[in-house]
Design a protein around this ligand. Sequence first.
Ligand code: AHR
Length: 500
Amino acid sequence: MKKAALHIDKYFITGDIDERIYGSFIEHLGRAVYGGIYQPESPQADKNGLRQDVIELIKKLNVPVVRYPGGNFVSGYHWEDGVGPKDKRPEKIDLAWNVIETNQFGLNEFMDWARAAHTSPMMAVNLGTRGVEDAKNIVEYCNLKGGSYYSNLRRSHGYEAPHNIKLWCLGNEMDGPWQMGHKNAVEYGRIAAEAGRIMKMVDPDIELVACGSSGLQMDTFGSWEDTVLSECYDQADYLSLHQYYGNYDNNTADFLANTVAMDKFISSVISICDSVKAKKRKSKNINLSFDEWNVWYHSAEQDKQLERWCKAPHQLEDIYNFEDALLVAGMMITMLRHADRVKIACLAQLVNVIAPIMTSDTGAWMQTIYHPFALISNFGRGHVLHTITDAPVYESSHGDAPYLDAVCIRNEEQDTLTIFAVNKALDDDMELTCDLRQFADYAVTEHIVLTHEDLKAINTEENPDNVAPVRAAKSAQIEGGQMTAHLCSKSFHVIQLGKC
Ligand code: AHR
């Protein structure tokens, strides 16, 4: 049995949780839109073609913000193709994913969908094949009341009231050589500054996310962030981070140790933001938008076989297993531990494409990774307490990795304290203790556990609850002001404490 302890103090607060840390992402890619959230021919669809079974699953995830329409797709996108009468919309080639885009779903349909799914938009502009003028036009179309060409155009499309989109991405992964209109850091920093300046002239209340690196593995990581921010510090509010992990060598311990790499990535980006701040003698902080994160590798080989120029193919359809769910829990815990600076994060993506939700023509179901996301999103509101984890470590390719990933969340309104914890030990249970004398009148009110004996277990349409959370019976108690919880090997736990 491994032994670990958490040390917290109710006055030592890391930061408030910005609910947008529980965001997600819908790209025009594969079956995310067509056959995912939008499928007019489905018996599950409403009169606008929006799949209601999918919306119900999304509502339970409690996702406050959804990034749209890309991703790589946005870097070749003409948003005007996807507005106005549907029979006039052009079918175009999408060079990001080598498919045909029908444009039957576009900006206005997305806004209708977002309202129905109880979420809000994080809209990306094309700074790949387009630029400053297009960025101005789309903000005018979305956010001005009327009385100008683009705002009147929106009204003529049946949307009298402005969409009032407050959060915008200045392009996508512009450091990536695969990106249409790929730029070096100075080129991108300049266009981000100018597009951002003009977008804020149209609507001064918007917030902007500049592109950071497409991952820690990029050769330009570090210098990219430094140069880009040096160019657009005044216009940007957030800098993006993207990272996907895979268990390529079938080494689960090493795969779960990726939280160490993610933690270093976040700390490094914060350091660079603050270094540019210091060099420029600014008072404003640049916060972080981790707007693409997930496990992504299962579908890589299969996707190489895809034929070009089809419509809505099965693309990037990773089937997630139980160990993926453990890492997803660990990644969310890692971001929460930086809640003072990570203000936005988007699980990439939401439906069918590297997603927690899958659909067929007959139904929709939850993949394994749905569960840690839903639990943390629903229980993880309030502020993060600075959580010191005292746990044994193991060697990994990322350095020493603790067997425990954990964070404590305090919700003063509800008078609760919630612990999220992953026991990464594959063959060993763990006894977790925490001194709770500051919470003298608290008792354990919930203990939910996600575990499975088979690390490779998956959920399918036929067997959707194979990997699902359950209530743990009497595995956490408080005695003499100390909580003791039993964490079985390879498991994720939500332990909520409150007044009895
Ligand atoms: O999420 C899938 C793709 O991953 C996105 O389009 C791109 O931004 C990233 O490389």
